[in-house]
Design a protein around this ligand. Structure first.
Ligand SMILES: [Cu+2]
Length: 266
């Protein structure tokens, strides 16, 4: 048995190693984040906190319920031989109220935190340092960046690719507020950067001033290149609608804008 296990373990290790190598655009799921990737935006950290808080509350509730079941099984089965019914608690007002109030309180707590966080995640202040127009099409993306002082970059447009590093790249500064305006002319797409822990559908025909077209993030100080994709089945090359987000320092971002500015500087 032991001899057969060694090659099997080696094969498994090889499979894991190659699977990880292929899936280089899948961010690492961390146990410390409740199996979410490390967020690269403040809003992503809000999502992580909500997710983990909800799990802790659910597991604690489950622990109490399972504990009570086990306790009842262990300590309240001794007089099984007796045919008597156990004490009945129907129409016992205090207990009925408890049964009603406890779940209500639990649902209200979940509701409160969910409503508070979704309000925060969908808030658009309009005073972002960088504004990005995202145009989704079958099957890639076009990014146009405008800075607070009115400089606009040449649009970055992509083609369907099988490696996100070859897709269009959106360059953004760290520690800055970024507004996204999502637009499409053909079918429904969905803008998803897994490390944002956020995605939003892009639906044709939604007018400019509709707040649902926009969302805002504040990037964290985590320079790097991160994968993005379309999360709504939109056609034959949906899975190749890959792009990347590159977080750089403000200085590198200024250089990027200066060398990629649309038209001549005004
Ligand atoms: Cu798509």
């Amino acid at each position: 048995m032991a001899r057969r296990r060694v090659p099997r373990a080696a094969a498994l290790a090889l499979l894991l190693a190659s699977a990880t190598a292929c899936a280089n655009d899948v961010p690492e799921a961390k146990w410390s984040n409740g199996l979410l990737p490390d967020a690269i935006t403040q809003q992503g950290e809000t999502v992580t906190a909500l997710w983990n808080g909800a799990w802790i509350a659910a597991l604690a509730t489950g622990g109490v319920v399972i504990g009570l079941i086990v306790w009842a099984c262990l300590f309240h089965t001794r007089r099984r031989a007796k045919a008597d019914l156990p004490p009945q608690v129907r129409y016992n007002l205090p207990i009925e109220m408890l049964y009603t109030l406890v779940p209500l309180v639990m649902v209200s707590v979940f509701f409160f935190f969910t409503a508070r966080d979704s309000e925060e995640l969908s808030r658009v202040t309009g005073d972002a340092d960088v504004k990005v127009k995202v145009e989704a099409f079958q099957w890639s993306w076009r990014f146009t960046t405008t800075t607070a002082d009115g400089k606009t970059t040449e649009p970055v447009s992509g083609m369907p690719v099988s490696d996100y590093q070859q897709g269009p790249q959106l360059v953004l500064p760290v520690d800055k507020k970024v507004e996204f305006d999502l637009f499409t002319d053909d079918v429904i797409h969905s803008f998803w950067v897994p490390d944002f822990l956020f995605k939003r559908d892009i639906i044709p025909g939604i007018p400019d001033d509709n707040p649902g077209r926009k969302f805002e993030v504040t990037t964290l100080s985590k320079p790097g290149v991160y994968a993005g994709r379309c999360a709504e089945l939109c056609g034959v090359d949906h899975s190749r609608m890959l792009f990347s987000i590159k977080l750089v320092t403000q200085q590198e971002f200024d250089q990027y804008v200066a060398s990629n500015q649309a038209g001549s500087a005004q």
